[in-house]
Design a protein around this ligand. Structure first.
Ligand code: URA
Length: 215
């Protein structure tokens, strides 16, 4: 894990296992089945870091040997919020490790005239403002969708938000840090740049198409 952007709130999880799996999904010959499986595996491996600062409470329990005090997660269950559609590809992997997490959904489309993301669907669990909300999208490209999704969550009173992606472009990281300086960004890889079509370079292509087998 390191801090390539010289910014405490940008975490690149360049753990060997994560980097290896990211390389597999970057390959153009990796098919839908494998791609989908590995996206979930990477998302699952990232949970350890995403949840590092969750609060614990002490409870009293009986082990087979004696009574003791032990820690358990405190407070409301956290919420995983995929940005539709590609974000859905990361949800199952996260749920493998946190089966009680709640799921919100954020649907955004890009207005063809203004080029700005517009909300078309949003559904969240109750008490959203009391929960940690993890917004997920495999690709942080321009940052437009991530910024709009986090705007939308903040409008509902949420204070504790993290953004998690698989591949980030420096342009997207900068834009998101500028718009939401309080939101940590956790990514499996940080790439070189965006190309003139808005793809991350070298990237992995269109994550949504590769997860869902569409073109
Ligand atoms: N969205 C993708 O799916 N891929 C990119 O490279 C950029 C945005």
């Amino acid at each position: 894990m390191h801090n390539v952007m010289n910014d405490d709130l940008v975490l690149v999880m360049d753990h060997p296992l994560i980097t290896h799996k990211l390389t597999q999904i970057r390959k153009q010959e990796t098919g839908t089945n494998e791609f989908r499986k590995i996206v979930n595996e990477i998302a699952g491996l990232m949970v350890y870091e995403i949840t590092r600062d969750l609060e614990l409470e002490e409870i009293e329990i009986d082990t087979p040997v004696e009574k003791t005090k032990a820690g358990q997660l405190a407070g409301e269950k956290l919420v995983v919020c995929p940005i539709l559609r590609a974000g859905l590809g990361m949800v199952d992997g996260i749920l493998q490790l946190m089966p009680s997490a709640r799921i919100g959904h954020i649907g955004l489309y890009r207005d063809e005239e203004t080029l700005q993301p517009v909300e078309y669907f949003a559904k969240f669990p109750s008490k959203l403002d009391e929960r940690l909300v993890i917004v997920v999208d495999p690709m942080l490209a321009t940052g437009g969708s991530a910024i709009a999704a986090i705007d939308l969550v903040k409008k509902r009173g949420v204070k504790n938000i993290k953004f998690v992606c698989l591949v980030a472009a420096p342009e997207g990281v900068r834009a998101l840090r500028k718009a939401h300086s309080d939101v940590p960004i956790i990514t499996a890889g940080l790439d070189e740049k965006l190309n003139d079509k808005g793809y991350i370079v070298p990237g992995l292509g269109d994550a949504g198409d590769r997860i869902f087998g569409t073109k």
